[in-house]
Design a protein around this ligand. Structure first.
Ligand SMILES: Nc1ncnc2c1ncn2[C@@H]1O[C@H](COP(=O)(O)OP(=O)(O)OP(=O)(O)O)[C@@H](O)[C@H]1O
Ligand SMILES: C[C@@](O)(CCO)CC(=O)[O-]
Ligand SMILES: [Mg+2]
Length: 328
């Protein structure tokens, strides 16, 4: 069996706009998905996921053509999870040329699902890395990131950026613009995360922004303005100017909200963080529900969030210096 882990991420700037070629700056954080892959004697896939429901579930099937397997979890979750694992295994088969091998896949993840911390990218990166290593091939990080991106692209309905998958594969802070992906020197940022316990569907939220952008010129301008914020943010990051970073994050949140991807609980957490003295706060990831990211070197934001109605969890997030880790 081969086991790999990959980190989740927060966006300092640029989610959604990055899908349309604007730059974005995500930052890997120390919450991880671990995926174990073991070759089977037959060509079936068996997925055991610990975190998709409270009890976890196991499904065994010969491929998506068999139709949904008979297990007791919400069908949408199951279909989505099978989509990612199927996609990752397709990449493994493509890399190795082993079309007929089956696998037992075990997923254990600390990353809440659909909450903006990049659980899908972390699962895709770790699954492709473990699967290829199980068959004797170790991928370079760039190819691993590219193949994980292909998986996200397919599951998100042909609309995805390379940002989440590149960040999860390489770790640290990164800058992604189209297919130009690079690592950034980043200061040690005082990142605080607030989680409302909910989730948003990345594919649907991306489609919503696409619709607005096609319908209204001012929505297309909003997407471009997010790109401008990111370019300013890169300068603030290089200058280690945390106050400017915060102001730009606040502005970025306002524009994401205008594009319809915030929610009442995300907005409450953003305001709780700002009122507690955070330098800035914004939603992170696809939105709709899930997490916000704030910058605050003191404990005030984390404490204020823990008393904010609608906030289920708040924690300080460490930057993950390494992306994919090979555990077994
Ligand atoms: N532990 C897990 N086990 C199985 N599948 C998982 C796991 N974690 C994530 N996934 C897959 O990823 C999907 C969530 O991906 P989605 O892109 O909607 O959210 P996210 O990646 O957590 O947040 P964002 O993309 O906004 O950063 C789940 O529906 C599931 O298919
Ligand atoms: C909303 C989005 O920009 C980030 C999701 O974490 C989608 C993507 O980049 O593929
Ligand atoms: Mg995702």
């Amino acid at each position: 069996m081969a086991v790999s882990s990959a980190p989740g991420k927060v966006y300092l700037f640029g989610e959604h706009a990055v899908v349309y070629g604007e730059p974005a700056v995500p930052c890997a954080i120390e919450v991880r998905a671990r995926v174990g892959v073991e070759q089977r004697a037959d060509s079936k896939l068996r997925i055991h996921a610990e975190d998709l429901s409270l009890d976890g579930f196991t499904v065994e099937y010969g491929g998506t053509a068999d139709g949904p397997p008979d297990v007791d979890v919400q069908e949408s979750l199951l279909t989505a999870a099978m989509g990612y694992v199927d996609g990752a295994i397709k990449q493994v088969r493509d890399v190795t040329g082993e079309d007929e091998v089956g696998f037992d896949v075990t997923i254990e993840s600390d990353i809440p699902l659909g909450a903006g911390l990049g659980s899908s990218a972390a699962v895709a990166v770790a699954a492709i890395d473990a699967g290829t290593r199980e068959l004797g091939t170790t991928l370079e990080t760039d190819e691993l990131a590219e193949r994980a991106y292909q998986t996200e692209y397919e599951v998100q309905g042909g609309q995805a950026s390379r940002a989440d998958t590149f960040c999860s594969a390489t770790g640290g802070a990164v800058r992604v613009e189209g297919d130009d992906c690079r690592s950034l020197e980043a200061p040690d940022l005082p990142i605080v995360v607030g989680f409302d316990g909910g989730a948003g569907d990345t594919g649907k939220l991306v489609a919503g922004v696409r619709g607005l952008r096609e319908e209204y010129e001012f929505a297309a301008d909003t997407v471009e303005s997010i790109g401008e914020i990111v370019r300013n943010g890169e300068e603030a990051l290089a200058a280690d100017d945390i106050e400017e970073l915060g102001r730009l994050m606040n502005f970025n949140h306002g524009l994401l909200s205008a594009l319809g991807v915030s929610s009442r609980s995300l907005d409450s957490m953003v305001w709780a963080a700002r009122n507690a003295g955070a330098h800035g706060a914004k939603l992170t990831g696809a939105g709709g529900g899930g997490c916000i990211v704030a910058l605050d070197p003191t404990d005030e934001t984390e404490t204020a969030l823990s008393y904010t109605p609608g906030c289920e969890d708040s924690f300080r997030a460490e930057l993950a210096e390494t992306g994919v880790e090979r555990l077994e």
